[in-house]
Structures are given as structure tokens and as C-alpha cells.
Design a protein around this ligand. Structure first.
Ligand code: GAF
Length: 392
């Protein structure tokens, strides 16, 4: 990525594309999910925090009900799309990266935000890394379009509502059947905290998370195996769990608890059993992790992270050899716990490490990837950062 903060890069690119400064610049973060995977679309619990990596949107209004979109690539080059009329927006038009901001504009029209705009986008959230670059672009676009109407500084409730609009853009316009985890993380996370979200009730709790203060780090290991949720695997898992809920006569698998799980599993066809077991035990693990964090006992979540990975690897079957190698190597080298994060099938793992062990863990993972003949992983320490907001 070109040097500089994404907001500055977006503002600069805006000036070079349009010859005038933007009206404002808004940005939204990527996320890691500490725990609670594939629970969101089952009405369950999740526990993400926002990354410092952000997608920025420099924007100005237009009077002709057209939307113009441009993006700054990692080489600094600006790619501009032909402006498109708001009435011409429909799923499939436009496609690729432009579908994300366009999908948001398409959804927002239903809520009375129906004015054209010039948007120029830049960011440093790694794409295809399972770190929610899609949600970041959606949320940044949404708050930019709202900001152009004069609406900034949304309260928590409004932010959650905007997250749901962005999820709709992803589901209905882009065509990917994700839950609401990523968009809620991007909109609602607060610096220095993890966000405990009960998807069913919408209840949120900001739980303080100061890993550095406890001598710990959350190390992100981006395997650089491209993860995509557009393929059939994500949708298959989602359909499987929804079918299981239907067969059990429940609204969602959230209604199965560890106490009622064995009885529920006995009533299901064999292929659905591991899927349900993952969702039920993962929800319980989120609750356990939150309990530790509320008491400030960050190190105690290590074994919970480990158990989560095993469940995703063996029951939900969404890991891959590179993620397993990252997790196993990190643990052997001293991590207190490790798991893949996000949708799976590639992307990133996280490892909770003592700061004093971090270097050893990083070296072990890098060496293991080299020995296995895998692409070099990208490693960085994730610090809970701010949610979406106006930058300029
Ligand atoms: C992806 C999806 F976008 C989320 O909604 C969630 O299901 C996650 O995978 C798995 O927990 O990030």
C-alpha cells in the first residue's frame, strides 16, 4: 500500500480524480474475531475486535443521481469505474470490488438516502485474509453516504442498524450469504475492547481487553491462502445448520444448549451432527471466554481458543492445512492458545502469546511455512481499535 494513512491516500486520490477536495473522509476497520465462529447466522454469540487496519472513503455529493466509484490499488494506482445512475444499480451491476459500495448505496435508497455521490476508496485491510475487508468497505461507504446528508456521530443503536444495512448489501447485492458479525464489528467496536454480541437479541457489551497490559499479544497469522465466502462451502455450512434447526423444530441452533445437545443430536441425520455440535459448543465457548475477560483473566482464554480450533477443524471442517500448521506450530512454540479466525477455508489464524514468547512463535511459524513449501505468512500484532467514524 502507498505510504500514508488510508484517509489521506483516499483524500489525495479524490483530488487527483475530481480536481476538488472531498467534502469529507470516513473510514471503517477490519476485524479479528477472538472467538464465536459461524455462530452469527445461528442467532448465537460472537466476540470480535476491530483492527487498526481501515478502509477509507473520500466522498462528495453529486446533483445528478449518479454514483462514481474509484479505488486506490496496493500499487497506488487509481482505478475508476464509469459513473452509474442510482436507478441502474442492481445485483450484478456493478460487479467485483465496486459491488460493495454500490450495494450499500442500493440498500440506503430504501431508507431515503437517494442522492448521487463521488466515492474514492483506499485502505490497508488485507483482502482475502479473513479480516473483513468487505465489511470495512461497506461500512465506510455507508457512513460516508450518511455523512454527506449531515448524519455523523451515530449512537450504538444506529450503528447496529447501519451494520444490518451493510449485511443486506452483502447478502442481496453482492450475493454472499454472510451473517452480521463483520459489519457489526466494523460499526460498533470500541478501542481497547472486544465486542460481545448476542446476535439474537442484538445486545452488546464492550468488554475491556488490554492484552499488552497483561504482557500478552494477539498475533495474527495471515496464511495468505485466499479465503472467499462466495464459493459454496460457506453457504453449505449455513444451509446445513438452518436445516438442522428446522428438523428440530427450532428458530435457530441458538436454542440448543450444551444440556440439550445430546438429545438434539440423536434426532438428526448423521451428516448434520458435527455441524450442530460445533455451533452449540462454540456458543458455550464464547460465554466462557467472556466470563474470563470480564474478570481480566485474558491468559485463561487460551484453552478455549484451542478447543474452538479443534471444533472448526474436525466438526465444522472449515480449516485448511496452512491454518492447521499455523495453529499447531504457534502452540508448540509457546502460544497460550490459537485458532483460525473468520469464515475459514484459508485466511488468518490468531495466537494468544506471551510478549516474551512472541518472537519465538513468529520465527517458528515462518520457518514451518518455509519448510512445508507454503507462501510466507504475514504476521502482525492486533490491538483492539476504533470502529467506523469520520476522519476529516
Ligand atoms: C464470515 C462471515 F462474514 C461472518 O458473518 C461469520 O459467519 C464468519 O465468517 C464466521 O464466523 O466472516
Amino acid at each position: 500500500m502507498t505510504a500514508g494513512h488510508p484517509s489521506e491516500i483516499a483524500a489525495r486520490a479524490f483530488r487527483s480524480v475530481h480536481g476538488t477536495p472531498p467534502t469529507g473522509v470516513w473510514s471503517a476497520p477490519g476485524r479479528v474475531n477472538l472467538i464465536g465462529e459461524h455462530t452469527d447466522y445461528n442467532d448465537g454469540f460472537v466476540l470480535p475486535f476491530a483492527l487498526p487496519h481501515r478502509l477509507a472513503v473520500a466522498a462528495a455529493p453529486r446533483d445528478d443521481r449518479m454514483l462514481s466509484l474509484a479505488t486506490v490499488g496496493s500499487d497506488g494506482r487509481v482505478q475508476s469505474e464509469e459513473p452509474i445512475g442510482l436507478d441502474e444499480l442492481k445485483p450484478g451491476n456493478p460487479e467485483d470490488w465496486a459491488a460493495y459500495p454500490a450495494g450499500v448505496a442500493w440498500v440506503l435508497r430504501e431508507y431515503g438516502i437517494d442522492r448521487g455521490a463521488d466515492l474514492v476508496i483506499a485502505g490497508d485491510v488485507p483482502t482475502g485474509a479473513g479480516l473483513s475487508s468487505s465489511a470495512a468497505i461497506e461500512c465506510a461507504s455507508a457512513i460516508a453516504l450518511l455523512g454527506l446528508t449531515g448524519e455523523d456521530d451515530q449512537d450504538a443503536e444506529r450503528r447496529a442498524e447501519i451494520a444490518r444495512w451493510c449485511q443486506r448489501a452483502e447478502n442481496e447485492f453482492v450475493g454472499v450469504p454472510t451473517g452480521v458479525l463483520d459489519q457489526t464489528a466494523s460499526m460498533c467496536c470500541v478501542e481497547g475492547h472486544v465486542l460481545f454480541l448476542d446476535v439474537r437479541s442484538g445486545h452488546t457489551e464492550q468488554v475491556p481487553f488490554n492484552a499488552a497490559g497483561a504482557g500478552l499479544s494477539v498475533l495474527v497469522i495471515d496464511t495468505r491462502v485466499k479465503h472467499s465466502l462466495g464459493g459454496s462451502e460457506y453457504g453449505d455450512r449455513r444451509e446445513g445448520t438452518e436445516k438442522a434447526a428446522r428438523l428440530l423444530g427450532l428458530d435457530a441452533l441458538r436454542d440448543v444448549t450444551p444440556e440439550t445437545m445430546d438429545e438434539a443430536l440423536r434426532r438428526l441425520p448423521e451428516d448434520l451432527v458435527p455441524l450442530v455440535r460445533h455451533v452449540v459448543t462454540e456458543n458455550a465457548r464464547v460465554l466462557e471466554a467472556v466470563e474470563h475477560l470480564r474478570r481480566g483473566r485474558i491468559a485463561d482464554i487460551g484453552p478455549v481458543l484451542d478447543a474452538s480450533h479443534v471444533s472448526m477443524r474436525d466438526d465444522y471442517r472449515i480449516s485448511c492445512p496452512e491454518l492447521d500448521l499455523a495453529v499447531d506450530t504457534a502452540r508448540t512454540a509457546g502460544a497460550l492458545g490459537a485458532r483460525m479466525t473468520g469464515g475459514g477455508f484459508g485466511g488468518s489464524a490468531i495466537a494468544l502469546v506471551r510478549e516474551s514468547d512472541r518472537h519465538a512463535v513468529e520465527t517458528a511459524v515462518t520457518t514451518a511455512f518455509e519448510t512445508a513449501g507454503y507462501r510466507a505468512p504475514r504476521l502482525f500484532v492486533a490491538v483492539p481499535s476504533a470502529g467506523a467514524g469520520r476522519d476529516a
